[in-house]
Design a protein around this ligand. Structure first.
Ligand SMILES: [Fe+2]
Length: 284
């Protein structure tokens, strides 16, 4: 009986000890997993940089990375979260327009990295903040909405068409060019990243924030005045701005919404506030 008690007691003591050890081990394991997860998230920006460096290594204007590289970068972008980046953006701190003005509130741009092959940056848009309609000459561009809801409209030029505005018309209309709508929709984070190409995928786009938005932008190659890749801004006109009878009688009514006239804006100046990137630091 006594032996039984002693054995029972020993088992019980030993069980208590092993339970304590097991709890400690579990705690340690959990801590290690958390640290591992934290450090792997800290590596996300480094991974983004390394992937861009590989994909755009030989990138020049007009270069389109092969499909598996595009998918690789898209997948990485899709796994990113706002918490992966630390930055200071004045436009999110002062998110309302000045009373009495109709101008859109200013957008902040935070440069994360820029070299002659590619650039990585973040746009922060306050509600009603706008990135006006602009192009990306010879570029492949990845966009990832990290936070917020925004309306996106994008276009590609209609190639080899006979819908060009008539040159006998006024100067204003002769400067217009027909474009096909690629996207015209609201997007809310988290959503999949998008990619546009030199001639397709919505090479010209504009954004209007509905709520405060954080948009990650990867350009390959970036704009370069020296290399003739400057940003051009456009004014959008609905397709029926030039009457169907004058341009293209056979275009069906349901297709009208799919097209627009774009006119280059000489006066457009997109002023952004400069934000600061606070990390994680990228090893070049
Ligand atoms: Fe853009």
């Amino acid at each position: 009986m006594n032996i039984g008690k002693i054995l029972l007691s020993k088992r019980s003591v030993s069980g208590h000890n092993s339970s304590n050890i097991s709890k400690k081990r579990k705690k340690k394991k959990k801590k290690m997993e958390l640290e591992k997860r934290k450090s792997s998230r800290e590596d996300m920006v480094q991974k983004l940089y390394d992937t861009c460096k590989q994909i755009f290594a030989n990138g020049k204007a007009g270069y389109v990375p092969p499909p598996h590289d595009i998918q690789r970068l898209k997948s990485l972008l899709d796994s990113l979260e706002p918490k992966d980046f630390k930055f200071t953006a004045p436009s999110l701190e002062f998110s309302s327009t000045n009373p009495g003005t109709v101008e859109a509130p200013l957008v902040t741009y935070i440069k994360i990295h820029e070299c002659n092959k590619f650039s990585i940056g973040i746009f922060c848009l306050p509600p009603s903040g706008v990135i006006p309609l602009h192009n990306h000459p010879g570029m492949t561009v990845f966009c990832k909405l990290l936070a917020g809801t925004m309306h996106t409209t994008s276009y590609d030029w209609v190639q080899n068409h006979n819908h060009q505005a008539n040159h006998d018309r006024g100067q204003h209309e002769s400067r217009m060019r027909l474009a096909k709508v690629h996207v015209d929709d609201d997007f809310s984070a988290p959503c999949k990243s998008s990619v546009l190409f030199p001639e397709s995928g919505g090479n010209m786009h504009c954004f209007k924030a509905i709520t405060p938005c954080i948009l990650l932008d990867v350009l390959g190659p970036p704009y370069s005045e020296a290399e003739g890749r400057h940003c051009t801004y456009y004014q959008h006109y609905s397709y029926d701005h030039i009457s169907l009878s004058d341009v293209n009688k056979e275009m069906k009514e349901d297709e009208e919404r799919s097209y627009a006239w774009l006119e280059e804006r000489k006066d457009e100046q997109f002023v952004v506030l400069g934000g600061t990137y606070d990390g994680p630091t990228i090893k070049l």
